[in-house]
Design a protein around this ligand. Structure first.
Ligand SMILES: [Zn+2]
Length: 219
């Protein structure tokens, strides 16, 4: 497919999802808000929330994403702000503070964030590396998505599942990420994340379907 056709198709898809949001999401659970920080330098790190744009839209050139890495927070409650604060206090191997929240997207569960809300963090907005996988390649080329909850103990909420299906489908189609490159954190390193009750297989199937749709030749 030509680049132009790809862009056109992407625009169409974003348009479709925007109108879907407008139709099916009530104001209280729009979820699809975007937060980020102006700038994006190492030392910045404030969050700002605003905008009715879909969380996957960016104003900068897109990174060459190859993977989607799924996580749970491992906590019953959580929010972008709380994770951001906690990650800001961490230091990397060189002793430098982390930039802030290590994920590109967070999906709330109703405890600390609206159930099913999807928030793109500054890392997505600025299309920069994540700090979520413990592996250089997956941090550099992997889109880190964290769902609030402990999926060792209970499954994601229905709204979280609806949101993550949609998000993974959009990202897989956009960046041609097939199911075999949609991984749980535990595939990368020894951790229980994203939990035994997280339906990874279903998301991998969605990704393969979406990635195939957009990579089929035009003729
Ligand atoms: Zn994880």
């Amino acid at each position: 497919m030509s680049v132009v056709a790809g862009i056109l198709l992407w625009s169409l898809l974003v348009g479709v999802c925007r109108s879907e949001n407008a139709l099916i999401l009530v104001p209280d659970s729009t979820g699809f808000v975007q937060v980020g920080q102006s700038g994006g330098s190492e030392s910045s790190g404030g969050l700002r929330s605003e905008s009715s744009k879909p969380p996957w839209s960016t104003d900068v050139a897109e990174n060459d994403w190859k993977y989607i890495v799924l996580h749970h927070s491992g906590t019953a409650a959580g929010s972008v702000e709380a994770i951001h604060r906690e990650h800001r206090s961490r230091r990397d191997a060189s002793g430098n503070n982390w930039l802030g929240i290590g994920y590109h997207f967070v999906i709330g569960n109703g405890n600390g964030m609206t159930d099913g809300s999807v928030v793109g963090t500054f890392r997505w907005k600025d299309q920069i590396h994540g700090a979520h996988s413990g592996h250089a390649v997956f941090n550099a080329r992997g889109i880190g998505i964290c769902l609030i909850g402990n999926f060792e103990e209970r499954a994601p909420t229905a709204k979280q599942m609806a949101a993550v299906r949609k998000l993974v489908g959009m990202l897989a189609g956009r960046f041609s990420i097939s199911g075999d490159r949609v991984v749980g954190h535990s595939s990368i390193r020894a951790t229980s994340c994203p939990g035994k009750l997280f339906p990874l297989k279903e998301l991998r199937e969605i990704a393969s379907k979406e990635a195939m749709v957009l990579t089929q030749p035009a003729f």
